[in-house]
Design a protein around this ligand. Structure first.
Ligand SMILES: NC(=O)c1ccc[n+]([C@@H]2O[C@H](COP(=O)([O-])OP(=O)(O)OC[C@H]3O[C@@H](n4cnc5c(N)ncnc54)[C@H](O)[C@@H]3O)[C@@H](O)[C@H]2O)c1
Length: 432
């Protein structure tokens, strides 16, 4: 029999972890803000990252991408050497971390099936460092059933003593890039845990960020993340479908949308616009493929995908309808990132607009983007025969730069950002 004191000492010994949390994929758009918020909330945090370039930057206290308000916090801990945040590629440190949050990329393969290679690589590297009582939280967006598969995989790889002592959960990330440092303190966390004990351990982490936490099954949490993104994706497709109907009837969709939504809470039609990026289009396919192998089994989502993907094609058709041909013209595309005020060009729908424009044998294809190609907006506008608004960055909200455009320059703006009154296609000389 142990005395109370011996038991207390044993407990302290068992839970004496050197670090509280490891974030795997810590140099990523999700992993990095999460690591920063965790360390700010008092957790001793290890960021595991295999990309050497990102590691190099992070260890100098520099952000590898833009995320509002993140630089100061990174610099505070790395340059200021608080000793509570460490970035490394050394997986052996997992042994010293009580919890492991796993958030590598989950892109699509060329055939639109999920590419889980980054997740599989994480587990291949981590497996020998998993020890009793670890809490393992998967946070990447995954197909329904993935957390169950990972649990089975771990069961087959670990001793029963270790496997029975660990907790496994899925807690999806739902933040909006650019707003991560704020939203991580606000958004409720959905925790898919296999046990009450596992749920409570995950809840303890997120409650420290001051947010609400909800316990569901892992597959329910996986689906809820996919449903949230697909709901948005389908809403954007509805707007793009309505835009396309208005376009063929020569009606200003912006005005119809405004009228439809005007003080009428049952109508919340979003803007039309190019939709894509590393999440929405990909997550559509995670759901389509979850139901079976053929898109016809998920018609609503497949149609949303077709509609959203087709918008660049419609924009090109609009331009050709107005000026006959794009061949030989100087075409300027404003904004190439996948969404407003982000520097992320991954899976940007504007790539498709650029490809389609090039296919028209344009004379000169020019790009401006405040994050990716910020130089010479005025000069680029002055030289353009056609301007497409690709991404509705806030820098373009003030359309005064259009005064530099040639009178016959055509502007195609499916966002209705630059001059909503004139619609989605007009000539510079029409601007008052
Ligand atoms: N970007 C978003 O806005 C967002 C929002 C919500 C959810 N998600 C989901 O979060 C996940 C991550 O997305 P992201 O945009 O952060 O991706 P990302 O590519 O920016 O980040 C992933 C990071 O993981 C690293 N990595 C890959 N394999 C690794 C390994 N074996 N060990 C350590 N590090 C490894 C990569 O080098 C990269 O830095 C995806 O499933 C995505 O769908 C993303």
């Amino acid at each position: 029999m142990f005395s109370q004191r011996t038991l207390a000492i044993r407990m302290v010994f068992i839970v004496a972890w050197k670090y509280d949390i490891a974030v795997v994929g810590a140099g990523g758009r999700v992993g990095l803000p999460l690591s920063l918020v965790l360390v700010e909330s008092g957790f001793r945090t290890v960021g595991l990252e295999i990309d050497k370039e990102k590691l190099h930057l992070l260890n100098k206290g520099q952000m590898p991408f833009y995320e509002s308000e993140a630089d100061e916090i990174l610099s505070k801990h790395i340059v200021g050497q608080t000793g509570r945040l460490l970035f490394t590629e050394d997986y052996s440190l997992l042994t010293d971390c009580e919890s492991i949050i796993i958030v590598p990329g989950t892109p699509l393969a060329n055939d639109y099936t999920p590419d889980t290679s980054q997740i599989r690589d994480v587990f291949a590297k981590a497996i020998e460092h998993i020890r009793p009582n670890h809490l393992i939280i998967l946070r990447s967006t995954v197909s329904p059933g993935t957390t169950d598969q990972i649990r089975e995989h771990l069961k087959s790889q670990l001793s029963s003593e270790v496997f029975d002592s660990i907790d496994i959960a899925f807690a999806p990330e739902r933040l909006l890039q650019g707003h991560a440092m704020k939203e991580l303190y606000e958004l409720p966390q959905i925790v898919g845990a296999f046990s009450e004990r596992g749920y409570k351990r995950v809840a303890l982490i997120f409650e420290k960020l001051g947010v609400e936490v909800l316990h569901v099954k892992p597959i329910e949490a996986e689906l809820s993340k996919l449903f949230a993104n697909n709901f948005r994706y389908i809403q954007f497709a509805i707007a793009n479908e309505f835009f396309s109907i208005c376009e063929s009837l020569n009606v200003n969709f912006g005005r119809v949308r405004e009228a439809t939504n005007f003080n009428y809470s049952r109508s919340t039609i979003p803007y039309a616009g190019y939709v894509g990026g590393p999440c929405l289009g990909k997550d559509a396919w995670l759901l389509i493929k979850a139901r079976g192998c053929h898109p016809s089994q998920s018609r609503l989502i497949s149609s949303a995908y077709e509609i959203n993907e087709n918008l660049p094609e419609i924009a090109i058709q609009i331009a050709k309808k107005m000026i006959g041909t794009l061949t030989g013209k100087t075409v300027l595309v404003l904004g190439i990132t996948f969404k407003r005020d982000s520097d992320d060009t991954r899976e940007s729908p504007v790539h498709r607009l650029l490809n389609l424009t090039e296919n028209e044998f344009v004379g000169n294809l020019v790009i401006h983007d405040p994050f990716a190609e910020p130089e010479d907006l005025k000069a680029k506008v002055a030289a353009a025969d056609v301007i497409f608004v690709g991404t509705n960055h806030s820098q373009y909200d003030d359309a005064a730069f259009l005064k530099h455009a040639k009178p016959d320059c055509l502007i195609v703006d499916v966002w209705y950002q630059l001059n909503p009154h004139l619609g989605h296609a007009y000539f510079a000389k029409e601007i008052g």
